[in-house]
Design a protein around this ligand. Structure first.
Ligand code: TXA
Ligand code: MG
Length: 320
């Protein structure tokens, strides 16, 4: 098992020696390595069992540093960067050659973001290289939102987990690219809502996930999936077809269902708030995987703001 702690000095040493550690961000925990070191990048793919065609996000501490990694930032990209960084938005920008091709799976754009978790920001400021950091979970499984989640799955593969507590947002960053006319395109819904982005950038295009979209393979249809099969839909309707309700797990938005044991139910947001639901979602999915149940029934949350990202993750958790 890895050591879990808040020692930024140790984190710095590990990374400088070419090793990987887990870092907290406001979205989910990341599996981090030196983004300038192809050896460290290769280890990231290996530890996650991630296919090499799925590119990584590069994390750094300031817009000034971002500008040393990319060429010509479109005007709207700079607007979004200034408004939302540090924070849960990732921008796809033309890469410079300092970023190894391995990090971008050979693409000419690099995904970059400035996270807003204080320990990690401090670490990034101290380092003289940026960090590649995909979510710190085995490929295809649920993203971790606590240090314990990381330790459960990757604890025997890394030595150190920087502990920032439970992630503030709980969903991955929103991924935004730019078309030929430099108009923004949302490739992955996440912690910054479409409405927030549109307030700054006007109407944006959305390229909804599909397995035929190799531009962002993290958009694979089945992803973020628990081991126990999950059905997404109206829970009451699904329950009518279930004979043994003791073997059912429920992830609801805000209410309990009377005919199912309480210990098998998680309410994402008893307060009805979408940001509460976002924070609970990945823990709830993991929690279900530890129960003595045969199936998980989940319902979509209201489809606005963070709700779009939550429903997207639920749909992918349900996909076969
Ligand atoms: O919130 C987050 O974004 C977290 C934290 C750790 O920062 N990271 C994260 O990384 O979710 P990951 O690797 O699990 O998801 C990154 C997504 C993948 O779907 C990948 O395909 C896409 O970003 N991506 C990375 N570089 C890309 C590029 N150049 N073009 C298109 N998609 C890219
Ligand atoms: Mg991921």
């Amino acid at each position: 098992m890895a050591v879990i702690g808040t020692d930024i000095g140790r984190a710095e040493e590990e990374l400088k020696s070419g090793r990987l550690i887990a870092i907290p961000t406001e979205t989910v925990y990341g599996l981090a390595g030196n983004a300038f070191d192809p050896g460290a990048i290769a280890k990231v793919f290996e530890v996650k069992a991630r296919p090499f065609f799925d590119p990584l996000i590069v994390h750094t501490a300031s817009l000034e540093r971002v500008k040393t990694l990319v060429d010509d930032i479109p005007g709207l990209a700079e607007t979004l960067a200034e408004k939302f960084w540090p924070g849960p938005i990732t921008l796809l920008l033309k890469k410079r050659s300092v970023i190894p091709d391995l990090a971008t799976s050979g693409m000419d754009t690099v995904a970059v973001r400035i996270p807003r978790q204080p320990l990690t920001l401090e670490l990034l400021e101290r380092l003289d290289f940026p960090l590649v950091a995909p979510s710190a979970n085995p490929f295809g499984y649920i993203s971790p939102t606590t240090a314990a989640h990381v330790n459960d799955q990757l604890g025997d593969k890394i030595d150190y987990i920087l502990d920032g507590g439970a992630c503030e947002v709980g969903l991955e960053s929103t991924i935004v690219g730019f078309d030929q006319d430099q108009r923004p395109i949302i490739y992955r819904f996440g912690g910054t809502s479409q409405e927030q982005i549109e307030q700054m950038a006007g109407k944006v295009k959305v390229m909804p996930h599909s397995s035929s979209n190799p531009k962002a393979p993290g958009m694979l249809k089945s992803h973020y999936a628990p081991r126990i099969p999950l059905t997404l839909g109206d829970i009451e309707t699904s329950l009518q077809e279930v004979r043994n309700r003791d073997k059912v797990g429920i992830i609801s938005f805000r209410s309990y269902f009377d005919t199912v044991p309480r210990e098998n139910q998680v309410r994402l947001a008893p307060d009805g708030q979408l940001d509460t639901a976002a924070k609970q979602l990945f823990s709830a999915l993991r929690d279900m995987d530890t129960k003595d149940i045969d199936m998980i029934l989940a319902e979509p949350v209201p489809a606005h703001g963070l709700g779009l990202a939550i429903n997207d993750r639920l749909r992918r958790a349900a996909a076969k």
